[in-house]
Design a protein around this ligand. Structure first.
Ligand SMILES: [Zn+2]
Length: 348
């Protein structure tokens, strides 16, 4: 999906320049060499609907009380995530004693208690200073006054589970001698539901310099099928992929074509889309800092921000496919020869 900027360039410059523009796009597409396709296929297949199901059911269980930022349920969820990374022997980028980036009360909205982002990473073998970030928030809305728990299975148990599985796939590859060339950082953000607080804190206090942060692939709600796609579940909305880097957009497209053939829907990437989803999840704090992003999203549904967002409504087959695509895209970005190019969405 092209931006308005490019559409108007067509109208202004006429057919001769249009040809040149088309050639430039074709050159860009042709320059993308898919890396390690056999390995990507092998390790993508370690991501299973059974594992994703276990993780979504756990993270959205009543034990975590709707994971409200700063409250007991969110603390238990952060502990669950830390234990997972310890168990998987995936390191913390912070220090040997904690996976938590603590966000002080003063940074958060009034009456919110101290809260935690959870970070884990796999160090790159050749370019460890260049970092690919995969993010999803794990906080949600907590308990209603009538006692009903906002389970947040789709929002964002789905993204939380996806990161856990992607991290495990990268770790299994590394253990077999196929670690990523660039570092891959996994961040579970808190305080998303109360104003993107976790990601804002991270970009204000990055663990790795933002200058060397190559991309943020942000996952927020990828486990459901919206009303518009009841007859074609094989879809996902992508938002932002071409805003800062056309190369990112075409890499994402080519990886999808090579392995999965999901219908990538760019409806919500339109700059005049009045839902403004581009500004509504954690990737936006990276985009604001000039870091290319892709926001992966299934669209809204009738259970959005309601206690009825339960795990039995997740389509685990689609969640699995979508998670594999994000893994394969991250692999390409972590392992291709050159660092992703930034062009602010303009083909030069
Ligand atoms: Zn939400």
């Amino acid at each position: 999906m092209k931006t308005i900027l490019i559409a108007s360039a067509f109208t202004l410059v006429g057919s001769c320049a249009t040809t040149k523009y088309t050639t430039k796009i074709q050159n860009l597409k042709d320059s993308i060499q898919i890396v390690d396709s056999a390995l990507v296929a092998t390790y993508a297949n370690t991501i299973t609907s059974e594992d994703l199901s276990n993780e979504v059911y756990t993270i959205s269980s009543d034990n975590f009380e709707g994971r409200k930022t700063g409250e007991l349920g969110q603390k238990l969820a952060s502990q669950f995530l830390e234990n997972y990374y310890i168990d998987q022997q995936i390191q913390s980028p912070i220090d040997s004693t904690t996976y938590f980036q603590t966000i002080p009360k003063s940074f958060l909205p009034k009456d919110t208690k101290v809260s935690e982002n959870v970070l884990a990473y796999i160090k790159g073998s050749e370019k460890p200073d260049e970092v690919i970030i995969i993010t999803a928030h794990y906080d949600h809305l907590g308990i209603l006054t009538d006692g009903q728990i906002n389970s947040g299975a789709d929002d964002n148990g789905s993204g939380t589970a996806a990161i856990m599985e992607i991290a495990q796939a990268f770790k299994m590859a590394k253990d077999a001698g196929h670690g990523p060339k660039r570092s891959v950082l996994f961040i579970h953000f808190t305080a998303e539901e109360i104003g993107l607080g976790g990601s804002e804190y991270y970009t204000d206090h990055p663990v790795f310099p933002l200058e060397n942060t190559i991309v943020d692939l942000n996952i927020d709600m990828i486990g459901r099928v919206d009303a518009a796609h009841q007859n074609n579940k094989n879809y996902m909305y992508l938002i932002g992929s071409d805003r800062l880097s056309n190369e990112l957009h075409y890499i994402s497209e080519k990886v999808n074509k090579t392995y999965f053939n999901i219908d990538l829907d760019y409806k919500y990437n339109a700059e005049d889309d009045n839902n403004h989803f581009y500004t509504r999840s954690d990737h936006f704090n990276f985009a604001k800092n000039g870091i290319p992003v892709i926001f992966y999203f299934n669209g809204v549904h009738e259970d959005y921000h309601k206690p009825s967002d339960k795990p039995d409504k997740i389509d685990f087959e689609e969640l699995t496919k979508r998670t594999k695509l994000i893994f394969a895209t991250a692999w390409q970005l972590a392992n291709q020869d050159h660092r992703l190019k930034i062009d602010n969405g303009i083909i030069q």
